[in-house]
Design a protein around this ligand. Structure first.
Ligand SMILES: [Zn+2]
Length: 304
């Protein structure tokens, strides 16, 4: 069984949303599926998507997720239990002032990776769906504070202008936790060739995203093979050492059919490893893509 490092899954928000009805959801619901799939390390992402989000909303969710991880039988911030996790934030739209102190607070509460925005436009940044503009002064302060505490800067949702600003400002290699390539499918969330080149040349990592809407518009081609074509595309130019995975499963939310065929949930991710082998990838390349590349990038951040 190949082990996996998943750079993106909105599990933090999922368990927070079920806090009253299913307070043990992390262990009772998520763990068996992750165990079946072969997850070694996963991001527990808290997703904040709209302008109404307050800093207090972010604090409440991050505190809840910390509490649940600490009391979990299976998950820990290190390898003391079965699955290692780190908290990540998707969209820091609750930061409207005092960015530096807030980033420090998040870091102290085990957040090790964050994107400035989701698809929205907020006080820090602008999502790729919402336009194209520079980072705000508060966004720049955020990136600098993230560098200061050593929190990975995720560019997966930001617009191109933000992307190049972050690349220029950040003193650490940037990360696209869950993004595909525009060269194969011109979706606003996918990365252009110059963006891919920029990440690769600066030692960053790209997490491929097997959510079918970002693989191809043609519904009949939303398959595992079509997703592997995206990995092939990056591999042809840059090899496999900076390719990773950010699955972004949604079967546990509202859409059980959001993934490419064959990857219905995290329980089925060995199908990807097996298909990569069938497609001619070496065992070492498969292990790199599924685990070691993300691990190499993130391990410097995962200090507690
Ligand atoms: Zn996302």
């Amino acid at each position: 069984m190949v082990k996996f490092f998943n750079l993106h899954d909105d599990i933090g928000t999922d368990i927070f949303d079920h806090r009253d009805s299913k307070p043990n959801r992390l262990d009772d619901y998520h763990y068996p599926k992750m165990k079946q799939g072969g997850i070694d390390t996963t991001a527990i992402v808290c997703c904040f998507a709209d302008a109404e989000t307050t800093w207090q909303d972010m604090v409440d969710q991050v505190l809840y997720v910390n509490e649940k991880i600490k009391e979990s039988k299976h998950y820990a911030f290190d390898y003391s239990k079965d699955i290692r996790v780190f908290i990540a934030i998707e969209g820091m739209c609750g930061i409207k002032e005092g960015a530096r102190e807030k980033i420090h607070w998040l870091y102290e509460h085990n957040v090790r990776c964050a994107s400035l925005c989701w698809n929205d436009h907020n006080a820090l940044a602008c999502g790729a769906k919402s336009g194209n503009m520079p980072l705000t002064p508060l966004g720049i302060e955020c990136v600098k504070a993230m560098n200061e505490v050593h929190m990975a800067v995720d560019v997966s949702h930001c617009c191109e202008w933000n992307f190049y600003d972050i690349q220029r400002i950040s003193t650490t290699p940037i990360l696209a936790t869950h993004s595909n390539v525009k060269g194969l499918f011109n979706h606003y969330r996918n990365l252009s060739d110059p963006q891919i080149q920029m990440i690769m040349e600066h030692g960053g990592v790209i997490g491929g995203l097997p959510v079918r809407w970002f693989v191809t518009r043609d519904e009949s081609k939303q398959t595992l093979d079509e997703f592997i074509n995206i990995i092939d595309y990056i591999k042809e130019k840059y090899g496999t050492k900076q390719i990773a995975l950010g699955f972004d499963f949604m079967d546990y939310m509202d859409d059980p059919t959001c993934m490419v065929k064959g990857l219905d949930s995290v329980a089925h991710i060995q199908n990807l490893a097996n298909r990569l082998i069938e497609r001619g990838y070496s065992q070492e390349e498969v292990e790199d893509i599924c685990f070691y590349n993300a691990n190499r990038y993130m391990e410097t951040y995962l200090k507690y």
